[in-house]
Design a protein around this ligand. Structure first.
Ligand code: IPE
Ligand code: IPE
Ligand code: MG
Length: 228
């Protein structure tokens, strides 16, 4: 393979798992684990311009995470409010463009308003941070198929055109932290030919160095798309 043919990951998605276990191991409340998880996100986003990544998609809250106790859901929502408020100026300064996947308009009205504002103010950015919020992939596919049907023919192309990821580059690499080996209703359609990595690191311990290692491993993978 010629050096210029080394595959570079443009779109990386991460299932950020293990905040609870990180806290438990330290005899700390789960909320602290989530807080440290946000700090890991911040460092990762800061490191993006040192990588090939044009779009980083992060699974922040699933449509099934509502099953958690009310106080944990509340902590997660408050962390989101705090994170967007504190980091928005940095996103704008660093050319980070926010994109949101999932049924985020179903979140609390103040969060919807805050996110609408953040989307508008980061629209000029060149690298995308896509956050999956109140996201479930099966629901996303069903929504997209219904829209495609309402407009005419249902094909893989018309469904894809209505997915929340329609304007993002094709998914190259999907990483899940914390040792669990499942997709938990994340990017099922988009993962059709994505490379996958399951790492044991708990999310709060995941650093830009871990991401760089994953990108390096990715560059050694041979993607075939069914060909030979
Ligand atoms: C991931 O960490 C964060 C969210 C799902 C929001 P968890 O809270 O799932 O942590 P574990 O899996 O219990 O360790
Ligand atoms: C997936 O993690 C959702 C997010 C990381 C936001 P979960 O911790 O909710 O997944 P399961 O329940 O272990 O499959
Ligand atoms: Mg988990």
């Amino acid at each position: 393979m010629q050096p210029d043919e080394t595959p570079r990951a443009r779109h990386v998605a991460i299932i950020m798992d293990g905040n609870g276990r990180w806290a438990k191991r330290r005899h700390l409340p789960r909320a602290i684990g989530h807080q440290r998880g946000v700090e890991a996100v911040r460092e990762l986003v800061r490191s993006l311009n040192e990588t090939s990544i044009e779009c980083l998609t992060l699974y922040a809250f699933s449509s099934e995470n509502w099953k958690r106790p009310e106080d944990e859901v509340g902590d997660l929502m408050n962390l989101m409010r705090k994170f967007v408020k504190s980091d928005l100026p940095e996103f704008i300064a660093n050319g980070v463009k926010l994109h949101i996947l999932g049924n985020w308009r179903g979140l609390a009205p103040d969060i919807v308003e805050m996110l609408e504002d953040a989307l508008e103010r980061t629209a000029g950015g060149s690298r995308t941070l896509a956050v999956a919020l109140n996201y479930g992939s099966q629901q996303e596919i069903a929504r997209a198929a219904a829209k495609a049907a309402a407009e005419g023919e249902v094909t893989t192309d018309t469904i894809a055109a209505h997915l929340d990821t329609a304007e993002l580059p094709p998914l190259d690499l999907l990483i899940r932290t914390s040792g669990e080996v499942r997709l938990s209703n994340f990017l099922l359609w988009q993962s059709a030919y994505a490379e996958m990595m399951f790492v044991d690191t708990l999310w709060p311990d995941f650093t830009p160095g871990h991401l760089k290692q994953a990108l390096e491993d990715f560059s050694g993978r041979e993607r075939r798309y069914g060909g030979r």
